[in-house]
Design a protein around this ligand. Structure first.
Ligand SMILES: Nc1ncnc2c1ncn2[C@@H]1O[C@H](COP(=O)(O)OP(=O)(O)OP(=O)(O)O)[C@@H](O)[C@H]1O
Length: 289
């Protein structure tokens, strides 16, 4: 595997507060990787260090073969960044903002194509000040991809999107990934991580708690299933490692369809919440004085 991102022993404190506390992580070239974690887990700090916007205290960080802290201008051309919020463009139109950003790159995407894929066609020539929150976010994404980055950082990209806009955005990310763009995404939406990510990393208190595919995170695949149905007017549930056998047993008691039959396994959200639960009570890690 060629690593687009390599992190070893990363530490960053703000005063006495350990925001990132010994993080090791690799993101493969071409991978879509989602960094999950509760508020204050250290995601943004980590991502800002990777982007070269924040200094680290100790640890090794290599992004596209370069230490972001000493990265030259040519390296910056190879990455795209969508921050949690950006501003200062209110008097321009999306088309103008994209054209002037595109001029900063050597091999930019076609501006009209970026406007189309981000669903901004209707608002392309309206003042940015008048865009809705979701449209503004699409513009942030458009600005992040117009330079044709090899590596794209997306910090909570779909906050404020309506459900259709989120689906459209997911399609866009899959297309970018299909073209070989490496994507590091932070999100609080577990369904987003499940839809988009090849692998997810869960961090809390600046430490990596779990790292796997969304399907296998925290041993999800091997956890017991819950078989539920309705019988004699009562909702019944059984947790079992053998749901097929349980369904067969229940089905044998009914002449036709089993009423309200469902078989469920823990969702990514269930697994995530159980992973971070112990850390929610001890969320603050202080550096000893
Ligand atoms: N510039 C700063 N000065 C002091 N403390 C900071 C600074 N930036 C972040 N922190 C603290 O470091 C910790 C990690 O913050 P960070 O923004 O990296 O978390 P996060 O996982 O991105 O959170 P969220 O999901 O809320 O965006 C938090 O406790 C935060 O209060």
């Amino acid at each position: 595997m060629t690593a687009a991102i390599r992190i070893r022993g990363l530490h960053k404190s703000y005063g006495t507060h350990r925001a990132v506390d010994g993080l090791d992580l690799d993101v493969a070239s071409g991978e879509v990787f989602a960094l999950l974690g509760p508020n204050g887990a250290g995601k943004t700090t980590t991502v800002e260090i990777l982007e070269g916007f924040r200094d680290r205290d100790t640890g090794e960080v290599v992004v596209l073969g370069t230490d972001p802290h000493h990265a030259p201008r040519a390296w910056r051309d190879r990455i795209g960044i969508v921050l949690q919020s950006s501003g200062g463009l209110d008097l321009l139109t999306p088309r103008e903002a994209l054209r002037s950003t595109a001029r900063c790159y050597r091999g930019p995407r076609d501006v009209d194509e970026v406007i189309a894929v981000t669903g901004l066609a209707e608002k392309a020539d309206s003042r940015i000040a008048g865009l809705s929150g979701g449209q503004r976010r699409r513009l942030d994404v458009a600005l992040g991809i117009v330079g044709r980055p090899e590596l794209l950082f997306l910090d909570e990209p779909t906050t404020g999107f309506d459900p259709q806009a989120r689906r459209d955005f997911w399609g866009l990310i899959r297309d970018l990934a299909g073209d070989g763009t490496t994507i590091l995404l932070t999100t609080h939406y577990l369904d987003e991580a499940e839809h988009l990510a090849d692998r997810v990393g869960v961090i809390a208190g600046g430490r990596l708690l779990a790292l796997d595919t969304p399907a296998a995170l925290g041993g999800r695949q091997s956890q017991e299933a819950t078989v539920s149905w309705e019988e004699d007017g009562v909702r019944r549930s059984v947790r079992t490692a053998e749901p097929t056998a349980e369904v067969a047993r229940v089905a044998a008691r009914f002449p036709g369809e089993v009423p309200e039959l469902t078989v469920t396994r823990p969702s990514l959200e269930d697994t995530y919440l159980s992973l971070i639960a112990p850390h929610e009570r001890t969320a603050t890690t202080e550096v000893p004085a």
